[in-house]
Design a protein around this ligand. Structure first.
Ligand code: NDP
Length: 250
């Protein structure tokens, strides 16, 4: 029970890495708030967590909408009385080469990753500051180091690292740790969509990713969830402003 009775918000937690993280935190004793845009799929995620003996609340929230973010935070506090852990996980891809990238591709990716993380963090940190306790984990990506066809996404994910380091400096005095996890190839709907876009069968795409990993394997959502759990727990008490790559040594 590494996060027993802690209250956690995981954005974009209906599926993939977010859902695995919510379930992992709940297994370790946290009360988790799961959210996605429609609120439908995250309700199923919450039902699954409760069926496993955990505590979960589902809230519809588009992180790019300030009013919806305020509502998410208010519902969390009304239900559980505090917020100890925030995982800024919600994400989308709109891949294209620079000469083909539309304004909408650029804006959508910037808005979900950067503006979304800013909105949720700004609303949540007030409670963490008042409590003098908090753990914020931001999801960056190996793409932050540069990746063909992902100018918008790579820029946003590099931005998440600056966001992490600056928040760590500003919020450290309030006993709030801020770290980032930067995954490599993780098998989720997102990597399936990438395979489809480049016109490669997913099994073949996975094999290509395995060859690039020194461990000769791909990542699963639980591999990222385990790293997030570490940063969200008091085991990481003396660690802040760090980026942990979870990418099988690619
Ligand atoms: P998925 O596509 O499987 O899931 C993304 C989740 O984000 C969904 O629940 C989706 O909700 C939610 N989401 C999207 N837009 C919004 C929004 N505006 N507001 C709230 N929620 C939103 O992605 P992954 O699980 O693969 O990715 C999770 C995170 O990890 C992302 O930040 C991604 O960039 C990052 N990442 C993933 C890697 C990978 O290989 N998979 C590698 C590196 C980083 P809905 O169902 O309603 O659309």
């Amino acid at each position: 029970m590494r996060v027993k009775d802690r209250v956690a918000i995981v954005t974009g937690s209906a599926r993939g890495i977010g859902a695995a993280t919510a379930a992992r935190l709940a297994k370790e004793g946290a009360k988790v708030v799961v959210c996605d845009v429609s609120g439908q799929q995250c309700r199923e995620t919450a039902v699954g967590i409760r069926a496993d003996g955990g505590e979960a609340l589902a809230v519809a929230c588009d992180v790019t909408r300030r009013e919806q973010v305020k509502d998410l935070v208010q519902k969390t506090v009304d239900t559980y009385g505090r917020i100890d852990i925030l995982v800024n996980n919600a994400g989308v891809i709109r891949d294209n080469l620079v000469h083909k990238m539309s304004d909408d591709d650029w804006d959508t990716v910037m808005n979900v990753h950067l503006k979304g993380a800013f909105y949720v963090t700004q609303e949540v940190q007030k409670y963490m500051v008042a409590q003098q306790y908090g753990k914020i984990v931001n999801i960056s990506s190996t793409s932050a180091l540069g990746n063909r066809g992902q100018l918008n996404y790579a820029t946003a994910k590099a931005g998440m690292q600056g966001f992490t380091k600056t928040l760590a400096i500003e919020l450290g005095r309030f006993h709030i740790n801020v770290n980032a996890v930067a995954p490599g190839f993780i098998e989720t709907d997102m990597t399936k969509a990438t395979a489809e876009r480049v016109g490669v069968d997913f099994d073949q795409f996975r094999e290509m990713a395995k060859e690039r990993s020194v461990l000769r394997t791909t990542g699963q959502p639980i591999d990222v969830a385990n790293a997030i759990l570490f940063f969200a727990s008091d085991e990481a008490r003396f660690i802040t402003g760090q980026v942990l790559y979870v990418r099988g040594g690619i």
